[in-house]
Design a protein around this ligand. Structure first.
Ligand SMILES: NC(=O)c1ccc[n+]([C@@H]2O[C@H](COP(=O)([O-])OP(=O)(O)OC[C@H]3O[C@@H](n4cnc5c(N)ncnc54)[C@H](OP(=O)(O)O)[C@@H]3O)[C@@H](O)[C@H]2O)c1
Length: 328
């Protein structure tokens, strides 16, 4: 099968289009013929090793010290079950699914095997493969942080970085949970963020939310520009700062902040479960969550997609499409 392979860390030029062995499903696995995948900021980080302050060594230990341990990037996919192992009972050949191997990667290929009890779920019927491929990375991240931050209906939430992959999911999920949502983004993204259900939108090029006197129960910092030192004055008493993007110094302050303040900071990698995928699929079918697609690139032009993602200004998700027969 064809796959996009990288054998050293670096810019998008390290990506190579290669022929590799097609995987065979184990007894408990399904083989998915991939119709769509995405290039996320997770792919950018794993490809470039450009990681938040203090995480350089940890990232090398995780991804591979001198070269990538997993040479095929791609955290999420949507496609069709082509074959199943002999013990598989939850999926059958022909099922339309989406999957999220996450940091395990491997979706920038024509095929991928997933354990039937792993991060795979039936594709929402009302989403295309392109849309379903983009459910998981942003959706599970936002969902996990809101759960850890115990977001309650009626609370005021500010999403800093509302127009990106995680932000567009966070705005929609916060609305689903009954929050009053303020999105922060640049001028060109204001209408998009409003259309996702944000009750208020702040254009960060014109207004600094930390200086406008408003306070919030929950602030989600996805852009990395609102650490506790900057956003504490915008948090209500017992407010929670959800640091989706934070460096090691931010994390080391967390115990001290808990001891000296009623406010809390929640950080670290987001966890996800197959149940989360089914929950997001259910919301999508109910029309309450729809992945935003900024651009689509054919598989062969994936390096171009990486170059765009590397800018840090994508609008929602960047989807990679693979040509197979019987695509819907
Ligand atoms: N903790 C975790 O488990 C976890 C999980 C997923 C992602 N992440 C991290 O979260 C970060 C964001 O991921 P993503 O996929 O959402 O990235 P993305 O799609 O590139 O979006 C980033 C957004 O940040 C916005 N932005 C840039 N400067 C800003 C500013 N000064 N104020 C407000 N917004 C600003 C951009 O909006 P404009 O274009 O409008 O400027 C862009 O939409 C990445 O660094 C990623 O590594 C962490």
């Amino acid at each position: 099968m064809k796959a996009i392979v990288y054998e050293r860390y670096g810019p998008p030029d390290v990506l190579e289009f290669k022929e590799v062995e097609k995987p065979t499903p184990k007894d408990n696995e399904v083989l998915i013929k991939i119709h769509a995948t995405t290039v996320t900021t997770g792919d950018w980080r794993a490809r470039s090793l450009d990681v938040p302050v203090g995480f350089g060594l940890m990232s090398r230990l995780f991804f591979g010290v001198s070269r990538p341990r997993q040479p095929i990037l791609g955290t999420e996919l949507a496609g069709e079950v082509e074959s199943v192992g002999k013990d598989v009972s939850k999926f059958k050949v022909g099922d339309q699914v989406f999957a999220f191997p996450g940091a395990g990667m491997g979706c920038h290929a024509e095929y991928k095997c997933m354990p039937e009890d792993g991060m795979v779920a039936l594709k929402p019927r009302n989403l295309t493969y392109d849309e379903a491929a983009a459910i998981s990375f942003g959706g599970t991240t936002a969902l996990n942080f809101f759960r850890r931050g115990r977001l309650q209906s009626g609370e005021r939430v500010l999403v800093n970085g509302a127009s990106g992959g995680v932000g567009t999911a966070a705005v929609q999920l916060a609305r689903h949970f009954g929050a009053d949502v303020t999105g922060v983004c640049s001028t060109a993204r204001v209408e998009l963020v409003r259309s996702l259900g944000a009750n208020h939108v702040i254009d960060y090029t014109k207004e600094d939310f930390t200086r406008n006197g408003e306070t919030y129960d929950v602030i989600v910092d996805i852009a990395g520009t609102a650490p506790f030192s900057r956003s504490k004055g915008s948090l209500k008493e017992e407010g929670r700062l959800l640091l989706v993007l934070g460096g090691l110094p931010d994390m080391l302050q967390i115990p001290w902040i808990s001891m000296t303040s009623s406010k809390r900071v929640i950080a670290g990698p987001a966890a996800a479960s197959a149940e989360d995928l089914r929950f997001l699929a259910m919301l999508a079918e109910a029309g309450e969550f729809k992945p935003v697609i900024d651009r689509r690139y054919p598989f062969e032009q994936i390096a171009e997609a990486h170059r765009y993602v590397d800018t840090g200004h994508k609008k929602g998700n960047v989807v990679i499409t693979l040509e197979h027969n019987n695509k819907t």
